[in-house]
Design a binder for this molecule. Structure first.
Ligand SMILES: C[S@@+](CC[C@H](N)C(=O)[O-])C[C@H]1O[C@@H](n2cnc3c(N)ncnc32)[C@H](O)[C@@H]1O
Length: 209
């Protein structure tokens, strides 16, 4: 399983170093706070059962449940799942590429906060997310940067050496999303740019698959 984010969730890492030299801040305080700002654009589009992939401490799951929308988080980190449960947000511990509850029946799947990078191959991840939602459902994806970048990343500030182990990672800008979406049987139905954050809604056509 890729990407041990636990030092970040514990507040001991503040950013990601990408293998091309870029440094990406990890807004851990935002993850641990209540949903805010551009989160609401994403949450407002969740009209039915929603699965948050790589949910971290679960602010999005908590906000959906508070609004009466059924929601579940999935994260392979024990720490993340414990933090979710402490705030009353249901979460299962596991790899999002392994078997999950309700596969193919979710109305929405979330890939927030750069989670489109998980596994290092966004085309594979989007196909996985598309298979989790029912026809007519959608995947909400946060974007970053310009085009598609695939490589490796590591956490910064994790100890004396300064960096954690490298793991596969990727970043996807809004411009790269339509082609990636198409390859997963999805189409871009809308997008938001709000300060640093970009979010797009990718719909699984009702007739697909
Ligand atoms: C960039 S952080 C995002 C934090 C989160 N979205 C939030 O609101 O707090 C990535 C999260 O995805 C989880 N993760 C990474 N790879 C995963 C995988 N293959 N399956 C499930 N969770 C994964 C990490 O444990 C981490 O909590």
């Amino acid at each position: 399983v890729t990407g041990g984010f636990d030092p970040a969730l514990a507040g001991a890492a503040t950013g990601l170093e990408l293998a091309d030299g870029r440094r990406v801040p990890l807004p851990v305080r935002r993850w641990r706070a209540a949903a805010a700002g551009a989160d609401h654009w994403m949450l407002d589009r969740c009209a039915g059962p929603t699965l948050d992939l790589g949910c971290g401490p679960g602010r999005l799951v908590a906000a959906l449940r508070a609004a009466g929308v059924p929601a579940l988080g999935v994260d392979h980190s024990h720490r993340a799942v414990r933090l979710c449960r402490e705030r009353g947000a249901p979460a299962v511990r596991g790899d999002l590429f392994a078997r999950l509850p309700g596969e193919g029946g979710w109305r929405h799947a979330l890939l927030a906060d750069g989670n489109i990078g998980i596994g290092g191959d966004p085309a594979v991840l989007l196909r996985r997310a598309a298979a989790l939602v029912a026809p007519g459902g959608s995947v909400l994806v946060e974007t970053a940067g310009d085009g598609l970048w695939r490589g490796r990343a590591r956490l910064l500030g994790t100890g004396a050496g300064g960096g954690g182990p490298w793991f596969p990672w990727a970043t996807v800008g809004l411009a790269a999303l339509p082609a990636l979406a198409r390859s997963a049987g999805l189409r871009v139905a809308g997008a938001l740019h709000c300060g640093e954050r970009g979010i797009a809604q990718l719909v699984r056509d009702a007739g697909h698959g």
